[in-house]
Design a protein around this ligand. Structure first.
Ligand code: PLP
Length: 349
């Protein structure tokens, strides 16, 4: 006998994460990880934590990590929440703000997990297509949802929305505005000031990209204390492991190391952007640690993705009408990007 799932769960597809090959040997440019190691202090903190406290539950309030985050980013403690990656914070937001039939608005294409989380809640996504230049679509200002989410820089486009535009959006949306800043450390601007000044904005950060800690699962949210209190009610009580808490705190004590890596990645990004036209791809302007690039002549990029994979180079391909002629390429080391460009040259247009 099969047990019945809730209707919306039965109907939905689960989120499809990027491939994580379990055999080695790939140049992995598909899930926007950092090619450089985290701060040496992170390793020391993890080893110290692993010594004799793992039999005990972690701090359910992530107090030390949040205290350090408050100090690093200039917030008061009640304005900070920590999560098991920013995905966990997005799940808390969905649980707390989206019920049956409620609407989440976002410009599209964007991070597809938003859609999955809303479907789990029985809510609806109102996607407002980005124009070709990926400026914020005017329709989003009138979209009227319980939640509006803007990833800035956006994935998969890599483009960002100016702070002044996000500020105008915050003034006009109904409900909560989420600014998902997973890639903000690679950009020139960020929206943390909105989390201080506006009572309807939450800004999300992750340690998976700029801090080189995708494997630890650490995220932060900054917002008005009333929003933080509401989210804390719906979070898993022990949502972060002891090792993640220790790693996150140590990473924040050495932001200089993260900044150095981010600067290297920005430099490699600009080289990649300048060389892509020579191998048949037009890049979108990127403020992130990846570049979306369109294959010349409107041809599908799938065969190129497959050919790269045969050569043990993984990039991200999205099989949707808008993105079928594009590849999303994570900025790796200079050597990895050289290998990618050389493979693209051999594969040809
Ligand atoms: C826009 C965006 N938000 C959030 C995340 C998730 O980050 P985390 O690893 O912290 O869950 C990603 C990861 O790719 C992302 O692209």
């Amino acid at each position: 006998m099969s047990v019945p799932f809730r209707k919306n769960v039965a109907r939905m597809r689960g989120y499809q994460p990027g491939e994580q090959p379990q055999d080695g040997g790939f140049i992995k440019l598909n899930t926007n990880e950092n090619p450089y190691p985290p701060s040496p202090g992170v390793r020391r903190a993890i080893l110290a934590e692993a010594k004799d406290t793992l039999r005990l539950y972690p701090d359910p309030d992530a107090t030390r990590l949040r205290r350090q985050a408050a100090l690093t980013y200039g917030f008061e403690l009640p304005r900070v929440i920590a999560g098991n990656g920013s995905d966990d914070l997005l799940a808390m937001i969905a649980r707390a703000f989206i019920g049956e039939g409620d609407v989440l608005c976002c410009p599209t294409p964007t991070y597809t997990l938003y859609d999955t989380l809303v479907r789990i809640q029985g809510g609806k996504v109102r996607g407002v297509p980005y124009p070709d230049d990926y400026s914020l679509p005017p329709g989003l200002f009138r979209a009227r949802g319980s939640v509006t989410v803007v990833a800035s820089p956006n994935s998969p486009s890599g483009t960002s929305v100016p702070l002044a535009t996000l500020d105008r959006l915050a003034a006009e949306v109904t409900g909560l505005l989420v600014v998902d800043e997973a890639y903000a450390d690679f950009a020139e601007e960020n929206a943390l000031s909105l989390a201080r000044e506006r009572a309807n904005v939450i800004v999300l950060r992750t340690f998976s990209k700029s801090f080189s800690l995708a494997g630890m699962r650490i995220g932060l949210g900054f917002a008005h204390p009333r929003i933080i209190e509401g989210l804390a009610k719906v979070k898993d009580s022990y949502n972060m492991s002891r090792l993640a808490l220790a790693a996150g705190e140590a990473a924040l004590r050495d932001t200089a190391s993260m900044e150095r890596n981010a600067a290297r990645i920005r430099k490699t990004r600009e080289r990649l952007v300048s060389r892509l036209p020579g191998v048949g791809f037009t890049p979108f302007p990127s403020r992130a640690n990846f570049v979306l690039a369109r294959r010349s002549g409107g041809k599908s990029a799938k065969p190129v993705y497959e050919e790269l994979k045969n050569r043990k180079i993984l990039v991200r391909y999205f099989d949707t009408p808008r993105l079928r002629d594009c590849l999303r390429i994570t900025v790796g080391t200079d050597a990895e990007i050289e290998a990618l460009l050389s493979a693209l040259r051999k594969i040809g247009g």
